[in-house]
Design a protein around this ligand. Structure first.
Ligand code: COA
Length: 146
């Protein structure tokens, strides 16, 4: 389905957009795991770096999608891609990820990663449709530092 012309993409602003985006994530279902990294203090820390990679999709009156990107000089990351349930299958995620990829490439990023839970079929279908490869020969490891 075609993207509606009245949807625009712009960078996230802290603190103005925080509440709307957090509400969007809360409404997005089990695919978005909200953790301490999503607290206001942690989001403020995140956008001190790569502020131009945290993008929102909005209509004239509300935030309907968001994606948070990062680039560490070698690899990029994509976090918390979400579209409001009533706006899905209209190309909004494609619009957000297209915009993120333009920005990542402009920074010199040649490869980027994401994590998705194995039961998140909608998101997996979306990523497959965009040409992502499942690195199923790898484990994803994580460690808390405090
Ligand atoms: C995954 C998600 C972001 C996709 O957003 P979206 O705006 O609906 O995606 P798009 O409309 O841009 O979809 C583009 C293409 O991806 C594929 N796709 C997207 N959702 C799909 C679904 N539910 N089933 C099958 N294919 C799907 C299709 O090929 C689609 O093109 P088409 O509609 O022309 O067939 C959305 O379902 C979502 O917010 N999910 C909950 C949050 C989440 O789990 N995020 C991922 C965290 S890892």
């Amino acid at each position: 389905m075609q993207t509606q012309a009245r949807i625009s993409i712009r960078p996230f602003s802290f603190p103005e957009d925080y509440k709307d985006v957090y509400t969007l994530w809360e409404r997005s279902g089990d695919g978005i795991h909200l953790r301490r990294s999503d607290s206001p203090a942690e989001i403020e820390k995140k956008i001190a770096r790569d502020p131009d990679l945290f993008l929102l999709a909005e209509t004239a009156d509300s935030v309907i999608g968001a994606v948070m990107g990062g680039f560490d000089g070698r690899r990029g990351m994509m976090y918390h891609l979400a579209v409001a349930p009533e706006y899905r299958r209209k190309g909004v995620a494609n619009l957000l990820v297209d915009a993120l990829e333009v920005r990542l490439k402009a920074k010199g990023c040649i490869r980027y990663y994401l994590l998705v839970t194995k039961d998140n079929e909608e998101a997996i279908r979306f990523y497959q449709a965009r040409g992502w490869e499942n690195m199923d020969d790898l484990y994803a490891f994580a460690k808390d530092l405090d």
